[in-house]
Design a protein around this ligand. Structure first.
Ligand code: HEM
Length: 307
């Protein structure tokens, strides 16, 4: 059978299965337009999403770099979802997906100088006033990446972590998650607008997401792999690399950008979201670690120190 005939008979089967007439679809092909790059990528739609709140040119750098981050976050979540939904995970599949996710975060960490060095300080200090009380803190995808990377216990505020059961569920630990500290007064329970508006918008979805990833996050999946694979030095190094990139390298790049703009001549400026950012943003205070058992006690103790 020639290739044409073979394809035609396969198409016939395909359309028969869904009670469709192949001839009508073939006629449709005669009239349909060929695909173009701009239709496929949706270039016009994508490039129409940059709406500035001021006329200051560097606000565009700020806005678009955040959008680039959200696109890469989406790429990471795509891979993490492939891992979570795969029933029989081989060592090769795990390594491959981990390296994809890790590569995306490497891109984010190494490009963060776009924020620190890529905007004019005077312009930043002007356009930031139009963004209060919004903050990158309100990125839902960033929180999802954390839930898909580790168990909830490792995202509990460092002050309460030892007193919390290791297998705590998200719904029981939600109020003790480390990020509550940026918007909540733990003595009175009062939350700021950055946090309440974020929770109003995303809490239900985050709880649903957390349930799905409770045993299907990177750390739980890794722990369930056969010992021989778990002890593979290359894999352990790759896990540690991802952990360090997300929780130290990126966090420090972010902190240094904040320091650059928000400590004007030694004086500390309030963040748009309103957190006590000098403390909140430094890794030595939050000490979040996705894969704690892959680090020695000393390494965990020294997390983020001397930076
Ligand atoms: C000049 C650039 C930036 C500055 C000065 C800055 C500043 C801050 C500050 C002060 C906070 C603490 C919460 C608050 O009070 O607002 C924060 C949180 C956060 N920002 Fe940024 N940020 C910058 C760029 C970015 C970018 C490009 C992203 C990427 C999406 C981002 C994502 C986040 C996230 C995820 C948090 C929460 C982090 C956590 O809970 O530990 N930020 N940022």
């Amino acid at each position: 059978m020639s290739n044409h005939q073979d394809v035609l008979s396969q198409l016939d089967k395909k359309y028969n299965k869904i009670d469709q007439d192949l001839d009508t679809h073939l006629d449709g092909l005669l009239h349909s337009k060929p695909i173009t790059y701009w239709d496929y990528i949706n270039t016009d739609a994508l490039l129409s999403l940059q709406t500035q709140r001021t006329g200051l040119p560097d606000e565009m750098v700020f806005l678009m770099y955040h959008q680039v981050n959200e696109l890469l976050f989406k790429m990471m979540l795509w891979e993490l979802e492939q891992l979570a939904s795969e029933k029989n995970i081989s060592a090769e599949f795990f390594k491959e997906r981990l390296s994809r996710v890790s590569r995306y975060f490497d891109m984010l960490a190494s490009s963060f100088t776009v924020m620190q060095d890529g905007m004019d300080l005077k312009q930043y200090m002007k356009f930031r006033d139009t963004l209060t009380p919004a903050s990158g803190y309100q990125s839902e995808q960033y929180r999802k990446i954390e839930f898909a990377s580790t168990e909830i216990i490792n995202l509990v505020d460092n002050r309460f972590r030892n007193k919390t059961p290791k297998d705590v569920k998200l719904e029981d630990a939600f109020e003790d998650l480390y990020w509550q500290a940026a918007g909540k007064d733990f003595k009175t329970g009062k939350k700021n607008y950055m946090l309440t508006s974020f929770e109003d918008r995303y809490k239900n979805e985050l709880l649903r997401f957390g349930k799905t990833y409770r045993t299907r996050n990177l750390w739980s999946i890794f722990k369930a792999l056969p010992s021989k694979i778990k002890e593979d030095k290359g894999l352990v190094d790759a896990m540690r690399h991802y952990d360090y990139t997300v929780n130290v390298t990126w966090v420090m790049a972010h902190y240094n950008a904040a320091k650059h703009y928000l400590t004007n001549g030694g004086e500390i400026t309030e963040a748009t979201g309103g957190s006590d950012w000098t403390k909140y943003m430094h890794p030595k205070y939050q000490r979040r670690i996705f894969f704690p058992e892959l680090w020695s006690e000393q390494e965990r103790e020294d997390w983020g120190k001397n930076l």
